[in-house]
Design a protein around this ligand. Structure first.
Ligand code: DLL
Length: 439
């Protein structure tokens, strides 16, 4: 497959036709959910809305929202809409106890998801003959599997590298002439730096494009990556709950990401009142799946703050566009591509017998996120013996790694040394904001 679009009939469908398609699919998806997901049926009953009340997209606002808390409450099978024997895959967001979200896929769901990723790869100029290096993590995280599947669909030669082992990434990239790199933007920047440190010039590699997402990044970062790797860098957006990467993807115009509207309806709402907002206004992004079998979600609140626009795009796609996410309406942080909630950190501390006097400090140095947690020792277990402190820090770090999936640096500090606040405690200091990153 090579060409400008992967599925031109969908990607360039006139808006009015797309709306009709969405109307049709929505009516079916709502009925399907109502009949197969008792958890959501109860929410609809509570709101006094029945499938017969939904005739199309204009009725969407009648439906109740789903939040991450619902997904946690329903964990693991409460939102599953089909028999488990029809499912072929599970993925999960990062984070463990209390915060885990699992998503299920039938083969049809996987195909739909991979097609969305294929659209992204083709929009980035990919086709047969390309060598697509997938350096997103493989496993429960959706990044690796999604782009891998998309790359197969397009007919690229797929290099399933997963993330990490940068030396090997570079060796394969150079020896096997990779032309497309898929990774988080921070990892792409790091690969760029490492190439330079190994004595390579940007023109020494065969890369032409990169497909980067899963975390906030800036236009400045885009330019840096483009310069250091000698490529055009494309944004890609998605979330596990909706399938994974490929819910929206950037085209050659690089002015926002086209939403795959034949599979997902996007809305913007006021995060405080839940009121839908018109196109062009900033608010929380909400998605409704249109044809998922295993894990269909209606009006799922992403917590990502965003703006939607429908302007003519020079690429010829008619799909609605979303801007880069402009922050979040909850306290989730994305550190080295992993979703982290302060409440998870607090749970580990309490479990280990510490008081919740801590401060999380996140920064980005040399394109890599740093993650430090200062934790106060209590008066009772206070020690100033370096050996004891180091052992305790190590123990706590292990517990954090188990909970979060990534390793913070732990610093045990003297009792009373973390500033107390009279209002809300400032638990998180995210210095990445100074780089203009919308954390
Ligand atoms: O991050 C899926 C993904 C993988 C997207 C690879 C793109 C590439 P989750 O781990 O569930 O899924 O995290 C979803 O990550 O709600 C956003 O806050 C954030 N996010 C995803 N893509 C972008 C992006 C994957 N391009 C959460 N820019 C979302 C900024 C992004 N934030």
């Amino acid at each position: 497959m090579s060409g400008k679009y992967y599925q031109p009939e969908m990607e360039t469908m006139p808006a009015e036709e797309m709306r009709k398609l969405q109307d049709y699919k929505l009516v079916h998806q709502v009925r399907y959910v109502y009949e197969n997901v008792p958890y959501y049926r109860a929410l609809m009953d509570e709101k006094g809305v029945a499938p017969e009340d939904i005739h199309g997209v204009e009725d969407l606002r009648k439906l109740p929202f789903l939040k991450k808390d619902d997904l946690r409450e329903a964990y693991p099978y409460g939102l599953l809409a089909t028999d488990l024997k029809n499912c072929v895959r599970i993925h999960s967001t990062s984070g463990t106890t209390g915060k885990r979200v699992v998503a299920f896929y039938t083969q049809k769901d996987v195909d739909m998801w991979e097609e969305c990723c294929a659209r992204a790869i083709v929009a980035a100029g990919g086709g047969e003959g390309d060598v697509c290096q997938v350096a997103y993590g493989y496993g429960l995280f959706t990044g690796g599997a999604g782009l891998h599947g998309g790359s197969h669909k397009v007919g690229c030669l797929t290099l399933p590298m997963s993330s990490g082992n940068t030396e090997r990434q570079i060796q394969f990239m150079m020896d096997l002439n990779a032309t497309i790199l898929c990774s988080t933007p921070s990892y792409a920047a790091y690969i760029g730096e490492s190439l330079k440190a190994s004595g390579y010039q940007p023109e020494d590699n065969h890369l032409k494009a990169g497909i980067f997402g899963a975390e906030p990044w800036t236009e400045e970062m885009r330019r840096d990556i483009e310069r250091s790797l000698g490529i055009k860098a494309f944004d890609i957006y998605g979330l596990t709950e909706m399938s994974g990467p490929g819910v929206a993807f950037e085209c050659e115009e690089q002015t926002g990401m086209h939403i795959n509207e034949d599979h997902f309806i996007a809305e913007i709402i006021n995060p405080n009142t839940g009121e839908p907002l018109p196109l062009g206004e900033k608010g929380e992004l909400v998605f409704t799946s249109l044809d998922k079998e295993a894990f269909p979600l209606l009006r799922y609140r992403t917590r990502d703050i965003c703006v939607l626009t429908r302007e003519k795009c020079s690429c010829g796609r008619t799909l609605l566009k979303m801007c880069k996410p402009m922050g979040r309406s909850d306290d989730m942080m994305i550190i080295r591509g992993v979703n982290v909630f302060p409440s998870q950190i607090e749970a580990v501390l309490l479990n280990a017998g510490y008081a919740p006097n801590y401060q999380i400090i996140v920064d980005r140095v040399n394109n890599t996120d740093t993650f430090d947690i200062n934790v106060e020792m209590s008066g009772d277990d206070f020690s100033d013996t370096p050996k004891v402190i180091t052992a305790r820090e190590k123990e706590l770090q292990g517990a954090m790694k188990t909970m979060l999936g990534i390793n913070p640096k732990i610093h045990l500090v003297a009792p009373g040394s973390i500033p107390r606040s009279e209002g809300k405690a400032v638990r998180v200091i995210d210095k990445r904001k100074r780089l203009g990153i919308n954390v």
